[in-house]
Design a protein around this ligand. Structure first.
Ligand SMILES: Nc1ncnc2c1ncn2[C@@H]1O[C@H](COP(=O)(O)OP(=O)(O)O)[C@@H](O)[C@H]1O
Ligand SMILES: [Mg+2]
Length: 167
């Protein structure tokens, strides 16, 4: 694990690497998700990036449970419903999966903009489909399948690049 190792700039925002991990089982990835919640004070948008099977949903489950928004057994993949809402007391988490969404018109019907404006934690798989609509600041978590049960998980913070206004 390392802290603040590099800075990159992409699409008008600056990406700062906060943390890097390797996990070796789904349980470890889920526990990691729960341990990251201190970084996710709402309102907060979290982009989960990585190929199919890299562990995005597994990590999201850990985040939802760690935030106290639902029990483990109640968190499932939103790949068919597109957006799941978890609410418990003060905690509200939306978990979206845009894998099956095609075109900007369909994305608009999801009302993600309102969700992202709410005082909630919004977890988004395949969020790159939103293009420039992604809010900054946000957290990006990149998962890489390294073969077998091994995954590399990198947590970055996207901030407005110097000279650009906060959206
Ligand atoms: N270290 C690991 N972290 C997360 N998932 C793992 C790991 N090792 C194996 N897996 C398996 O990989 C799959 C990840 O699925 P999922 O979380 O749905 O991925 P995604 O949402 O990125 O498509 C699950 O079947 C899980 O059991
Ligand atoms: Mg998934």
């Amino acid at each position: 694990m390392s802290t603040i190792t590099d800075h990159q700039t992409s699409a008008g925002c600056s990406l700062e690497t906060l943390l890097e991990f390797m996990t070796h089982s789904p349980e470890e990835t889920q526990a990691l998700g729960s341990s990251l919640v201190h970084l996710l004070q709402p309102p907060c948008v979290v982009l989960l990036r990585g190929e199919l099977g890299s562990g995005k949903t597994t990590l999201a489950k850990g985040i939802v449970v760690g935030l106290g928004a639902a029990r483990e057994e109640d968190v499932t993949s939103p790949s068919f419903t597109l957006v799941h809402e978890y609410r418990q007391g003060d905690h509200c988490v939306y978990h979206a999966d845009l894998y099956r969404v095609e075109g900007s018109r369909e994305i608009e019907t999801l009302g993600l903009e309102e969700l992202m404006a709410a005082r909630a934690t919004v977890l988004i798989e395949w969020g790159d489909k939103l293009g420039p609509e992604l809010p900054v600041p946000r957290i990006e978590i990149e998962l890489t399948h390294l073969g077998g049960d091994e995954r590399r998980i990198v947590v970055r913070r996207a901030m407005p690049a110097a000279g650009t206004e906060k959206r």
